[in-house]
Design a protein around this ligand. Sequence first.
Ligand SMILES: [Zn+2]
Length: 90
Amino acid sequence: MTSSLQKEPGSLKDRLPAVDSSTGSLPILESYPDFHGVRLHSLTRPAEYRCARCGGTCSSALAATSDHHGAGALICPSCYGVFVESRVRG
Ligand SMILES: [Zn+2]
């Protein structure tokens, strides 16, 4: 099951974005290191986007991209936290 961990840097833009508000349209201030295929991004201002994991509309100055929910998929900070916790706990 190692294939899911392999990813190409350019693959994010090759697929259809899950939502209109991909990271390309988000005002990203800073991106944090990749964590098991998920990255947290700090935005310059709150942005509204749809979470690919819980399906909720999120308005936050934080957003995460997840390779596990479709290339370029955005997930909300809550779901990011849940994901990280599940990975940390193994
Ligand atoms: Zn969510």
